[in-house]
Every structure is written in structure tokens, then in C-alpha cells.
Design a protein around this ligand. Structure first.
Ligand code: NAP
Length: 324
């Protein structure tokens, strides 16, 4: 029996419904994949609530998973039955088995377990493009990372630290501060209680940081801009507190000729070449030990509504994996 978690309308975690569906046979250029582990990501919340609109209902949520190929359709070149694979940024992951285009898949190296893969593909490839493309962090830079104890945050902070970058992490609690320090942050700021820009000026001797990687959005926009050095870069890559609207571009001039980018992972893995490069770099970073993947919590797939509640309530740390 193939179970899937589908939604028939936008809303709270209660709209996530366990249903029985047929995976079907793979069409041309597709495979049928049996999932062994599924990644939970904040984009799942945006899609559940309708902040990022989906097509017609019903929809199976979930953007990332790992598993084993069960069947290969015509022209599914390069992939065979029994291959261990993973993917990110393809809707429909909350299920036991599914069909999927081979364009989305990467083969997993022996040293990467399925749960680790499901925990890191989306968040880890995001950390990679943020650090290597959005603002390429260099030894000697100081950067500010929001939600530093979260899924993307723990990976990004470790990777930046490994590159010789000084990392300041903003977190929601003292426990999360300890975790962020164990995952690459040299300094932490409790952004619910402290003046972020003032603390950043203290830590950097008044200079400000080269880049802020901000996944919080609305609530942290001003603090992020005020933490930058002249000509610094704000990479605004998420909306956990709500989206930024009515942005006054003149602020960038007033606050020191700043740069701003609003990127998405989809752009950075849009071709087979880019996907292989991005995933390959991530596998190397994890297999070398430079970046450790922290699975903070797992849930049975059937309990995904609770996983969404916990993510929404800022209770999770590191990555979250759903087990089908
Ligand atoms: N653009 C892209 O390509 C891309 C790709 C992947 C992820 N993202 C973004 O990166 C962010 C992190 O994603 P993730 O999956 O790794 O999640 P996560 O960081 O594990 O969880 C979100 C964290 O954000 C913090 N937060 C602050 N204000 C919040 C609020 N109002 N509601 C909920 N959480 C809040 C919480 O940490 P504290 O308690 O420490 O504040 C929470 O634990 C998300 O915004 C996501 O959309 C963007």
C-alpha cells in the first residue's frame, strides 16, 4: 500500500491528510522510487499555507527525499533498478513511493546514509550556493547567519567556518546558542532579547559584517541591513517570520551602498551540470568531515502534522527527517 500525505486546501497542519494513492508506472525519462527517508523543510510550511501557491488540489507536499529505484521508464538513461538516489526541490515527497524525472536525481555515494541524504540535500545545497555564489565567503570575512541552529543554519555556519570565515549566528534561545557554537558559530546573538546590529558592531570593532544570510524575512530586515559594512551584501533567502513587502530600495544607498539578493535553490540546480556540481560539493564537504549533518528529530511520516507544528513553533533544531 502506498501512503501519501496530501492537502486539499491551504491551511494549518490539520490540512495534512494521510491517503492511499497509486504511484503508477514511470513514464519516459522517469523512475519509480521507494522512499526510505524524507526531508522536512520550511518551504513545506509556505506551500501548506499558500504563501507559495501550488497548482490544483489535491497536492502531495514534500520537496526532498532519498530512496531506492524500483523501476526505470523508457529513456531513463544513467539510472538502474536498485540505485540509491536522492533529490531536492521536486514536489511530492511525502509518500512511500512515487514517480520522478531522472533530471532531479543524484546517486548517493556509499558513505552517505539515506537519512543523512534526506536531511541534507535541500538544506546543504542551499548552504553551498549561499556561500559559493550568493556571497562567496572568503577567509578573513565575518558574516551573520540567522536561525543558526536550524537546518540550513547549522550546515551554512560549519561550512563557512571551514572556509576560514568568522561566523556570528542569531538564535532563539540559550540552548540553540550552544548548538550553534558546536556547529561553526564563533559568536551567537539571542535575537529575541538583544540588539542585533549593536552586538554585531561590538563583535566586529564597529566595522559590520561582509554579508548577512537572512532566512527570517520581515522581522529581521532592518537588523540585517544595519549589521552590514559599507557595500555589504544582504542575502534574503527565506520568510520564516513573513515575507518582506514594500521594500524601499533607497535604503540600500542610505545604509552604505548595500547589495541585496533574493535567491532560490531552484536557480542554482536548474541543469544536470549545476545539480551534479552542487550535490558533489556537498557530498565532498560531508564525507571529508568539514560539515556534519545534525538530524535533530525524526517523525513517522504519518505524524507529519506534528512535525509541522514543531517547525512552526521554533521547537526543532538541525534537520528533521520523516520516516515512511
Ligand atoms: N531560498 C532558498 O533557496 C531556501 C532554501 C532552503 C531554505 N530556505 C529558507 O531557510 C530558512 C530555514 O529553513 P530550514 O528548513 O532550515 O528551517 P529551520 O532553520 O530549521 O527552522 C526555522 C527556524 O527559523 C527561526 N525562526 C525565526 N522566526 C521564526 C518564525 N516566526 N517562525 C518560525 N521559525 C522562526 C527558528 O529558529 P530560532 O528559534 O533560532 O529563531 C526556527 O527554528 C527558511 O526560511 C527557508 O524558507 C530558503
Amino acid at each position: 500500500m502506498n501512503s501519501a500525505i496530501r492537502i486539499h486546501q491551504y491551511g494549518g497542519p490539520e490540512v495534512l491528510t494521510l491517503e492511499t494513492v497509486t504511484a503508477g508506472d514511470p513514464a519516459a525519462g522517469e523512475v519509480r522510487l521507494r522512499h526510505s527517508a524524507i526531508g522536512l523543510n520550511f518551504i513545506d510550511v509556505y506551500q501548506r499555507t499558500g504563501l507559495y501557491p501550488l497548482g490544483a488540489f489535491p497536492q502531495t507536499l514534500g520537496m526532498e527525499a532519498a530512496g531506492v529505484i524500483e523501476a526505470v521508464g523508457p529513456n531513463g538513461e544513467g539510472f538502474s533498478t536498485g540505485d540509491r538516489v536522492a533529490y531536492a526541490m521536486d514536489l511530492g515527497a511525502y509518500c512511500n513511493e512515487r514517480t520522478i524525472s531522472v533530471d532531479k536525481l543524484v546517486k548517493l555515494p556509499d558513505g552517505i546514509e539515506d537519512q543523512t541524504a534526506a536531511a541534507m540535500m535541500l538544506q546543504g545545497m542551499t548552504a553551498r550556493y549561499l556561500l559559493k555564489s550568493s556571497y562567496p565567503g572568503q577567509a578573513g570575512d565575518t558574516i551573520l547567519v540567522m536561525a543558526a541552529a536550524g537546518g540550513v543554519g547549522t550546515l551554512l555556519s560549519q561550512w563557512a567556518n571551514h572556509l576560514g570565515v568568522t561566523v556570528i549566528g542569531c538564535v532563539g534561545s540559550p540552548e540553540k546558542a550552544r548548538l550553534a557554537q558546536e556547529h561553526g558559530c564563533h559568536h551567537t546573538i539571542l535575537y529575541k532579547d538583544e540588539d542585533v546590529a549593536a552586538r554585531v558592531r561590538d563583535i566586529t570593532g564597529g566595522a559590520g559584517v561582509a554579508a548577512v544570510y537572512d532566512s527570517i524575512g520581515k522581522a529581521t530586515l532592518t537588523a540585517s541591513l544595519d549589521s552590514l559594512r559599507p557595500t555589504g551584501t544582504l542575502v534574503s533567502f527565506g520568510n520564516a517570520s513573513g515575507p518582506i513587502s514594500d521594500f524601499n530600495i533607497g535604503l540600500l544607498a542610505q545604509k552604505g551602498s548595500l547589495y541585496i539578493q533574493r535567491p532560490t535553490l531552484a536557480t542554482y540546480i536548474r541543469s544536470r551540470e549545476l545539480l551534479d556540481q552542487c550535490a558533489g560539493d556537498l557530498f565532498d564537504a560531508v564525507q571529508s568531515g568539514a560539515v556534519k549533518v545534525r538530524i535533530g528529530q525524526t517523525y513517522p511520516l504519518a505524524d507529519v502534522a506534528q512535525a509541522h507544528r514543531d517547525l512552526d513553533a521554533r521547537k526543532t533544531t538541525g534537520a528533521t527527517v520523516l520516516l515512511p
